[in-house]
Write a protein that binds this ligand. Structure first.
Ligand code: SAH
Length: 390
């Protein structure tokens, strides 16, 4: 696949994506390729840039797999990439619960692998990766010997690539739930039925830092899912914990984990915005409020509406705080910058006549590393804020 003049520059700077308007379609028409083909990418002058897989029907029409001409992507390449990925996780995690592969950031574009001990939950987000499924299974077998692999391919991003959504067992046996330890709590995690790949590993370090803020506190965990924040608080000395989520199923598993750990939490099922309003109307107050919502901004064009939603949410959360409280405010929207989230928090505070001090800033845990050339690999922000009356 030959590029137009100058279009190799970004790739040489480390980026992995080729956009369809960067291809010299007179020399190499996109219609001459099939989705999933692995090709050599060449500069205008014919210089080798790298190997890539192609999807001629997508705006991102190719993603680089390797830059070493001697080593075209094959089984050895995949095993090597997985080993490099594994050695990073081994450095940071004592137990085998983490994101083993984070797509582009591990130089495996379109592939996500979450590890729950011997069971793996895997997403293939592109046609190129979808075509490599047999090789992926073989390489995972070589590197981590899983007892079960689940293809958890029900995410919306697949539609952009023209892929159907489905969840199916890829190899071995996949139990309906797995267990994992985090911050001294044993969580039960539904795999096929769970959200995304089952557990939000990206927040693990932030939830760990959270422990030191909760002793003796009344804690509200909003958008709790399985209780990652709330049960951590309950375990580490919170006086009382309330979790809010719209999913009855998530709250069911949350209560299951609470009971198994002999912890007590209250759960409220409902829309977070409405629940926060009625808690306020009822005069309830909390020392700690955690806001960890799903992405309100999925596409750039939703940025305006999304920013308003973050602002409103933070205002609703903040007005439930006691006089000197802690707000943990998160966003996993790539299209909301750290500065924009902070601005939303600050506007909410000014509206309520409060003063905010940011005590700590968190991002993705190191099993979700950032690729410096690919801004999209960075998405998670967490601000730990003291909120006081000015
Ligand atoms: N805090 C969690 C992750 C949250 S994921 C953790 O640490 O693991 C987002 C959660 O928000 C999901 O569980 C989803 O069911 C819930 N959710 C989505 N929209 C909601 C809404 N409008 N009101 C309440 N919960 C909502």
């Amino acid at each position: 696949m030959r590029l137009r003049r100058g279009e190799d520059r970004r790739l040489n700077g480390g980026h992995l994506w080729v956009f369809s308007n960067e291809v010299d379609t007179a020399a190499t028409p996109l219609s001459g390729f099939e989705a999933g083909d692995v090709v050599r990418v060449l500069s205008e002058k014919g210089k080798f840039v790298g190997y890539a897989y192609i999807n001629p029907h997508s705006l991102i029409c190719a993603r680089l797999l390797g830059r070493d001409e001697q080593h075209p992507p094959g089984k050895g390449w995949l095993v090597h990439r997985l080993q490099v990925a594994l050695s990073l996780r081994r450095r940071f995690f004592e137990q085998p619960f983490y994101r083993l592969v984070y797509g582009e950031s591990d130089l495996l574009p379109g592939l996500v692998v979450d590890r729950y001990g011997d069971v793996l939950s895997v997403q293939t987000g592109t046609v190129g990766m979808e075509r490599m499924k047999p090789q992926i299974l073989a390489a995972l077998e070589r590197v981590v010997q899983p007892t079960g692999v689940l293809w958890k391919n029900d995410g919306g991003a697949r539609e952009i690539e023209g892929l159907p959504r489905h969840v199916e067992v890829g190899a071995g046996e996949v139990p309906p739930t797995v267990e994992l330890d985090e911050n001294g709590v044993r969580f039960t995690v539904p795999l096929a039925e769970g959200q995304k790949t089952g557990w939000f590993f990206d927040q693990a370090f932030n939830r760990s830092n959270f422990q030191r803020y909760v002793a003796g506190a009344r804690v509200l965990d909003v958008f709790s899912y399985l209780g990652g924040w709330g049960l951590t608080a309950a375990r580490h000395g919170a006086d009382q914990v309330t979790c809010v989520d719209s999913s009855a199923q998530a709250l069911g598993w949350l209560q299951h984990s609470a009971a198994a750990n002999e912890l007590k939490v209250d759960a409220i099922k409902g829309d977070a915005f409405q629940v926060l309003e009625s808690l306020h109307a009822a005069g309830e107050r909390f020392d700690v409020v955690v806001l960890d919502p799903p992405a309100f901004i999925r596409r750039r064009k939703d940025a305006g509406k999304g920013q308003a939603a973050y602002r409103r949410l933070n205002q609703l959360g903040m007005q439930l705080l006691t006089k000197d409280g802690l707000l943990v405010s998160c966003s996993c929207s790539h299209h909301l910058s750290e500065a924009e989230l902070l601005a939303a928090i600050q506007k909410a505070a000014r509206h309520l006549g409060r003063f905010v001090q940011v005590l700590e800033t968190g991002g993705q845990a190191p099993d979700h590393p950032l690729h410096p050339a690919i801004a999209e690999t960075r998405y998670l922000k967490a601000f730990f804020c003291r909120v006081v009356q000015e």
